[in-house]
Design a protein around this ligand. Structure first.
Ligand code: KG4
Ligand code: ZN
Length: 339
């Protein structure tokens, strides 16, 4: 018998709801909050207010598009963390109330695990292969950068992580310095296609083991641009595409050096990338290069499933549902990543 899961995501600035049948997406509705663009980053108070406005229409639309009545649902899965507490509270309170009123099982989901498990989602129009355990996974988002050995759905061993900023923050900060809107990743990705990645050399951090660091790179970019502006006030305008391409090159290089090291050390036959930054065309090409070089199968989510969405929360819920791993209404949201 089919399992129908309603997923609810509200950890940052996207309010999303999705209905899946087993691992197949029936609907995935995302209301992105435009209000943050002019601030160059997410404003937490504005985010939670927007979630409050969006949550009912988004869930309602997700059920309608899936042609599923709320009484047909098997369970409700929601993001419990990590994320902005005020934002998480909106989605989690709604999910808890809805599950309680419909007498449905409630499933709390970790947002970072969900990014990884997005690679197990299927679309109605095309079925795809899924990775085999154990696999190596690079999870790169706006708040996190993790290199994982994924032994099972919920057994994810951290091989490396950022010691300061996340890769997505490096993209967002680059865009901000260049006067481009938030989120910066997609804009930099587009601009970089017209630029020369070797025009400016930005230093890559040498951190021991498989950990990452992006704060030095970000600062060196800031100081470089600031110094150039002293002698040429049009420096950014005249070199925007080359600056974007060179910085994107440095971010990808930082990621790929550690992935390559992990591939040599880890006997996993599959390599997976996940999270918002995995939408980056340069990173996808580099991931493909590494996978071919080391004879690994590469899995990347479709672009719509890389950034925050509730289908990935629902599929995480589906795997927990199968294990009978349910939560109570007392589960408290958490802001920082759990180890
Ligand atoms: O996974 P996500 O939607 O949210 C978090 O969990 O953080 O990731 C958002 C991040 C932002 O930093 C955004 O700039 C970045 O993903 N991003 C990209 C691209 N699309 C989104 N970064 C580089 N290239 C892209 N095409
Ligand atoms: Zn995310």
């Amino acid at each position: 018998m089919s399992v129908y899961i309603l997923g609810v995501e509200s950890s940052c600035d996207d309010t999303s709801a999705s209905v899946i049948e087993d691992t197949t997406i029936l609907s995935n509705v995302i209301a992105s909050q435009k209000v943050h663009a002019e601030y160059g980053g997410v404003v937490p108070e504005l985010a939670s207010r927007a979630h409050q406005q969006n949550i009912i229409p988004v869930i309602d639309t997700a059920l309608k598009r899936a042609k599923i009545h709320k009484n047909q649902l098997s369970a409700i899965a929601y993001t419990n963390g990590p994320g902005l507490l005020g934002s998480l509270l909106v989605g989690s309170s709604f999910a808890k109330a809805m599950a309680f009123s419909l007498d449905l099982p409630l499933i709390e989901v970790d947002h970072l695990q969900a990014h990884v498990l997005a690679n197990f989602l299927q679309k109605q129009e095309e079925k795809k292969e899924v990775p085999d355990f154990p696999f190596l996974c690079l999870t790169v988002s706006g708040g996190h950068t993790l290199l994982l050995k994924v032994n099972d759905y919920f057994d994810m061993q951290i091989l490396g992580r950022t010691i300061d900023d996340a890769a997505g923050e490096a993209f967002d900060k680059t865009a901000k310095i260049l006067g481009l809107p938030y989120p910066g990743g997609p804009v930099i990705d587009k601009l970089a296609k017209e630029g020369d990645p070797k025009r400016f050399a930005f230093s890559i951090a040498h951190i021991p083991g498989l950990d990452y660091s992006f704060s030095g790179l970000k600062t060196s970019f800031l100081y470089f641009v600031r110094d150039q502006l002293k002698t040429n006030e049009n420096f950014i305008e005249e070199n925007k595409a080359d600056l974007a391409a060179s910085m994107q090159y440095a971010i990808i290089k930082s990621l790929s050096v550690k992935v390559e090291r992990a591939m040599k050390e880890c006997d996993c036959k599959d390599f997976v990338i996940a999270g918002g930054v995995s939408a980056n065309s340069g990173l996808r090409a580099e991931a493909q290069r590494l996978a071919s070089k080391y004879h690994r199968r590469l899995f990347v989510p479709t672009i719509d499933l890389t950034t925050d969405n509730a289908a990935m929360i629902a599929v995480c819920g589906y795997f927990k549902y199968r294990q009978g791993d349910f939560s109570t209404i007392h589960a408290a949201p958490y802001s920082a990543a759990r180890n």
